[in-house]
Design a protein around this ligand. Structure first.
Ligand code: SAH
Length: 398
């Protein structure tokens, strides 16, 4: 494919020269040349001076990614091989750790190629494509994994339907089919995943360190309310860490059987726990009215949520959610507050937390603070990629 040139507006050149990888329409003087996803791009300033090489792929606010800073670089098989080998190399520790068999192998721009993410589950690899343009590199990535990794099977998630939605399809690509469910380990805890059952496989690697902290330090002797519980993995770690009981609340019907399955994987009796399909905001309000409290409340809402009864934006409404959580947390109880909206900086999240406790008139302290684990490698010039902020907070009622 012939390369085309896109030019960065003069006022934005410094930022791109300093390493910013995401091409946005409003930073280009000639976005009209972008007609074909997957097109290889020469990125220059207005005078034609080289900035980088990239590709056209429409994703969220972006229209493409810069993936090399070398003039004349060919974005061919050899280039992809080098990225994959490097990504695998920096994760040797994860590959060698038998107690954790699920982690992220390739984290988009953090590993040099925005728009492509690869996750590892017991020698099965799942590639997430975030644009049709990224998908044009499928053959090279799949081929590279087959030659350079321990892959026995490869799956994919096409996340480029309207507004970044997942394209419903058979996600098996090549190799052996994975069992359903496939059982992986995270710090020796068993987790059931399903690699070919829609957009989500059943758990998120990014909270690994938080789950470990809950198991090792915070759950013992506490009753746990796990809101936005999905498949209940936080609760499994809490239960194994000695919690008295967990109550799981998620709006999705499927959370019920999926959560029971995760408990069963670890020889825990789901009957000892509550798994409730409900709107978490309503559930919190009702719990407060009834005067029921918990020793630990876990808040892991999506950035945006809309149900028949509520609309939630993590950016705007997190303080309200915290107030509701504080109201159902026992004296000296713990709140695990997770914010995964990239648009809220860590300091701003801390401020929101401080304001909520102040408004509630409850003193608190921050026990622990987490960002992304190291397998979620990030690009220092792309702060948006560092989306996860988790605080473990404790009421200090004296
Ligand atoms: N905490 C989970 C991940 C949460 S994913 C884990 O550790 O694996 C977000 C979840 O929020 C989804 O399962 C979704 O069904 C749920 N959700 C979205 N809106 C909700 C609402 N209003 N009330 C309860 N659950 C909601």
């Amino acid at each position: 494919m012939n390369e085309i040139t896109v030019k960065i507006q003069q006022g934005e050149v410094k930022r791109y020269k300093d390493g910013y990888p995401l091409l946005t329409k409003d930073c280009l003087t000639n976005p009209e040349v972008l007609k074909k996803e997957g097109q290889i791009l020469d990125v220059t300033d207005e005078r034609g001076q080289f900035i980088g090489k990239g590709y056209h792929g429409e994703q969220n606010k972006g229209v493409g990614w810069i993936v090399s800073r070398k003039p004349g670089e060919k974005l061919n098989q050899d280039f992809i091989d080098r990225l994959i080998l490097k990504a695998i190399g920096v994760r040797q520790g994860y590959y060698e750790d038998a107690s954790t068999t699920a982690f992220r192998v390739f984290n988009g721009e953090g590993d040099g190629f925005g728009g492509v993410i690869i996750d590892y589950y017991e020698r099965y690899y799942v590639i997430h494509w975030y644009s049709e343009g990224a998908y044009q590199f499928k053959e090279q990535f799949v081929d590279s994994l087959l030659r350079n990794s321990d892959a026995i099977g490869i799956y994919e998630k096409k996340r480029f339907a309207k507004a970044g939605q997942y394209v419903e399809d058979d996600d098996f690509v090549t190799g052996e089919q994975a069992p359903s469910p496939l059982v992986v380990f995270e710090n020796n805890v068993s987790i059931a995943v399903d690699l070919n059952d829609g957009a989500m496989v059943g758990f998120f690697h990014d909270q690994r360190e938080v789950r470990r902290a809950i198991l090792e330090k915070h759950a013992k002797g506490r009753t746990v309310l796990n809101t936005f519980s999905y498949t209940g993995v936080f609760s499994v770690f809490a239960a194994l860490g000695g919690s008295l009981k967990t109550v799981n609340v998620d709006a999705a019907n499927r959370s019920k059987e999926k959560t029971a399955e995760q408990f069963a994987m670890n020889q825990l009796d789901a009957e000892d726990h509550d798994i409730i399909v409900d709107d978490a905001f309503q559930f919190l309000k009702r719990t407060e009215r009834r005067g029921r409290t918990f020793g630990m409340v876990i808040l892991d809402p999506p950035s945006f949520a809309r149900t028949k009864k509520t609309t939630f934006s993590a950016k705007k409404d997190y303080k309200k959610l915290l107030l509701d959580a504080i109201a159902v947390t026992e004296e000296n109880g713990i709140i695990v507050a997770s914010m995964n909206h990239a648009g809220v900086a860590p300091q701003r999240f801390r401020k929101t937390v401080g304001e909520a406790f102040q408004e509630a008139g409850v003193p608190f302290r921050v026990l622990e603070s987490f960002g992304l684990p190291s397998d979620f490698k990030t690009d220092p010039s792309f702060k948006e990629g560092m989306y996860l902020k988790v605080l473990i907070l404790q009421r200090k009622d004296g």
